[in-house]
Design a protein around this ligand. Structure first.
Ligand code: VGL
Length: 182
């Protein structure tokens, strides 16, 4: 049985100083760096939008392909990343879930590597982390979200709490780093 760590959208634009900053978004970086060596496989997702997309009717322009804002946070240990998938690359799609990537069939890719458990970290809790975790669970992976290694936006008060409930209702386990005994 293999475990994958998902590092979701730890990009400059989602960190303080970026175009769509998640409060304390950068705080996930040291947590994720510490977690990486524990896992058989590390998959990073990135929001990778064209300059013009319907997604920017809902959100400030962020993570445009090839820009500084779309790069991973400079302190993220990218040497430990085994695979990067881009999402939100079309002119219409939000690309919240890593499973929406058009580059590979992520479900078959993970199954092909013998991965049965998926541990989600990154940004933002109630958008890309939640969507990715829900898709992982729906596709039969035992799915976990690591509390200390995620941060949310909280556009409306209660959004993050609601996301936790939704994930738990889907059978996703919200865990703490100290509960991981492997
Ligand atoms: C995200 C809002 C808009 C995310 C992406 O990465 O969670 N949130 N686009």
């Amino acid at each position: 049985m293999k475990r994958a760590l998902f590092v979701i959208d730890v990009q400059n634009d989602f960190c303080p100083g970026g175009a769509l900053p998640v409060p304390e978004g950068d705080k996930v970086v040291p947590e994720i760096n510490k977690l990486m060596p524990k896992f058989d496989f590390v998959l990073a997702t990135r929001d990778w939008h064209p300059e013009k997309t319907a997604h920017f009717d809902k959100w400030p322009v962020h993570c445009v392909q090839g820009t500084k804002g779309a790069e991973f946070h400079p302190d993220l240990n990218t040497e430990k990343i085994d695979k990067i998938v881009s999402k939100g690359t079309g002119t219409q799609d939000d690309g919240y879930s890593g499973f929406d990537t058009k580059e590979i069939n992520l479900v078959s890719f993970l199954r092909g590597k013998g991965i049965e458990e998926v541990y989600c970290t990154g940004l933002a809790t109630e958008y890309c982390v939640k969507s990715t975790a829900l898709d992982a669970a729906k596709n039969g992976f035992k799915t976990f979200v690591i509390k200390e290694a995620i941060r949310g936006i909280e556009v409306n008060p209660g959004d993050i709490e609601k996301a936790f409930k939704e994930m738990e209702n889907a059978g996703i386990k919200i865990v703490s780093t100290y509960e991981l005994n492997f």
